[in-house]
Design a protein around this ligand. Structure first.
Ligand code: PGA
Length: 241
């Protein structure tokens, strides 16, 4: 694994933004796997900046987001759909039809997950997957469990994740209890992976990813088996290394 430690979140945003845009410059019709949460916001800011400077063009790019809440209107400000439009898509020239999300309100969730996997395959697979990591080691909504779930699936969110995410909602009761997420296999098939982790509360999970045991109790630990992973950490997230 390529582990890079930075002094500030700002620097990580710049480095990660360049990393993602570098992929698009090398291959204009790249397939990007994208993440939500606080972690990638500065990377998206820098991607927007590079786009506005004319340094990168997203018109041929396709995106697949990692996950989406169930039973939440996509227009709700807390949907991952809204997050992505606000923090990235509204500010770059990616065509709407190239943007893909799991539909957390699909009537047939199982079929929706199968279709998503098929769409990723038809697009040629994900060239680079951007990831955050949960304080419990989750990636996307693959929560600690007895076994790894391979493909996209529905998941009941852990209490700790509901608590982590409640900061965006008016109350903890408003946080959806279920989500659709890409599976560990979907993520592991990406050709390259970029993980960003910020602050001390991610330090334990980061340590396990780098030199801990590979176990579904820390889903991100499986990334030790991926051939091309870059981790961008601030000093807090790197504090146990
Ligand atoms: P965060 O979430 O970026 O809001 O910390 C990361 C994650 O849970 O994957």
């Amino acid at each position: 694994m390529n582990v890079l430690v930075f002094d500030t979140e700002e620097q990580i945003g710049i480095a990660a933004g360049y990393y993602m845009c570098g992929q698009v410059l090398q291959k204009p019709d790249s397939v990007l796997g994208l993440a939500t949460g606080s972690t990638p916001i500065k990377a998206y800011d820098h991607m927007i900046k590079l786009y506005r400077q004319g340094a990168v063009d997203f018109s041929q790019v396709t995106t697949f987001n990692l996950d989406e809440y169930c039973n939440l209107d996509i227009k709700d400000k807390n949907s991952y759909h809204s997050f992505m439009y606000e923090n990235l898509f509204n500010n770059i020239n990616i065509p709407d039809e190239n943007i893909n999300f799991l539909d957390g309100n699909a009537a047939d969730v199982e079929q929706e997950c199968k279709n998503y996997e098929k769409k990723i395959k038809q697009a040629g697979g994900i060239d680079i997957q951007l990831l955050g990591i949960g304080s419990n080691g989750h990636i996307a909504f693959n929560e600690p469990a007895e076994s790894f779930q391979r493909w996209s699936h529905i998941v009941a969110l852990k209490e700790s994740t509901i608590k982590d995410n409640s900061r965006f909602f008016n109350s903890i009761e408003e946080v959806p209890t279920h989500a659709l997420t890409m599976g560990i296999g979907s993520i592991m098939q990406a050709k390259r992976i970029l993980i960003i982790a910020l602050s001390e509360h991610k330090a334990k999970a980061v340590k396990q990813v780098i030199d801990g045991q590979v176990t579904p109790q820390c889903p991100a630990s499986v990334l030790q088996f991926h051939p091309d992973v870059t981790l961008m950490l601030d000093k807090g997230a790197a504090s146990l290394l």
